[in-house]
Write a protein that binds this ligand. Structure first.
Ligand SMILES: [Fe+2]
Ligand SMILES: [Fe+2]
Length: 256
């Protein structure tokens, strides 16, 4: 007869689960935000807040698993040291298309940064997050257009030569319908003086890539220099409405 394994209580199971989700870095313990866990399809049950071993602390400050950032990071430092590579091609190729189509510089910048949330921060509601992230550093029209491309992209405007993106049928399904808040936002955007700018982002939103064409960020350094106001203190060290977002990108696993 095999020895019986004692049954764990619900609270012990919850504690085990939480512990599984904590990663140890020798003397530091990494606590993952709820968002990471929900992203894995797990809704964690409440458990004890990690078990610190003697001498161990929760991770605060730079994360040794990530690339070190300069003291006063610029946008391109974040691009280089934090953003994913794949999403950057989409931004760069869209910006080049906008430039080739004769878009004004600040709209080339809007295209360059339109999906910055997708490649650099959070996917869900990407237009809003992206706009908020860069808002203090760009012309108001640029962040407005980025915020609104989130809704405008779902609604064709044949008079302006914008069709519903064919790729969306594949991405979201043939019968996908934007949620009511998107429809309401679109009505507001449609009546706004800068509607054309949000539409310009959608018209230059390039979905198919030529793998042989390489576009680098250096192509847009001058435009960034003229239209993205880098704070002297470095992004995150300044005191703006989005400094905390840059700091979170820099140190995403700070315990608090
Ligand atoms: Fe987008
Ligand atoms: Fe896009």
């Amino acid at each position: 007869m095999s020895a019986e394994t004692p049954q764990k209580t619900m609270s012990e199971i919850a504690d085990d689960y939480e512990e599984e989700k904590l990663q140890e870095l020798e003397d530091r313990l990494v606590a993952r935000s709820l968002l990471y866990q929900l992203g894995d399809g797990a809704q964690p049950k409440q458990g004890k807040r990690g078990r610190l071993k003697p001498g161990q602390h929760l991770l605060m400050g730079d994360d040794p698993r990530l690339q070190e950032m300069p003291e006063k990071p610029t946008l391109l430092d974040f691009v280089r040291l934090r953003f994913t590579i794949g999403g950057q091609d989409h931004l760069l190729q869209s910006a080049r298309l906008a430039a080739n189509n004769g878009a004004p510089e600040k709209m080339v910048l809007a295209c360059l940064l339109h999906d910055i949330a997708v490649s650099g921060f959070i996917r869900s509601d990407h237009g809003y997050w992206g706009a908020q992230l860069i808002e203090p550093y760009v012309d108001e029209e640029v962040s407005w257009a980025i915020r609104m491309h989130q809704c405008v992209r779902f609604f064709p405007d044949e008079d302006e030569g914008y069709e519903y993106p064919v790729v969306y049928h594949r991405m979201f399904g043939e019968d996908y319908k934007p949620e009511p808040y998107i429809l309401e936002e679109y009505k507001r955007a449609r009546a706004h003086k800068w509607y054309g700018s949000a539409l310009m982002i959608c018209k230059n939103d390039l979905y198919s890539f030529d793998p042989d064409v390489e576009v680098g960020w250096e192509e847009f350094e001058d435009i960034l220099g003229r239209h993205f106001r880098e704070p002297e203190e470095g992004l995150g060290n300044d005191n703006t409405s989005s400094s905390h977002m840059w700091r979170t990108l820099r140190r995403p696993c700070n315990a608090l």
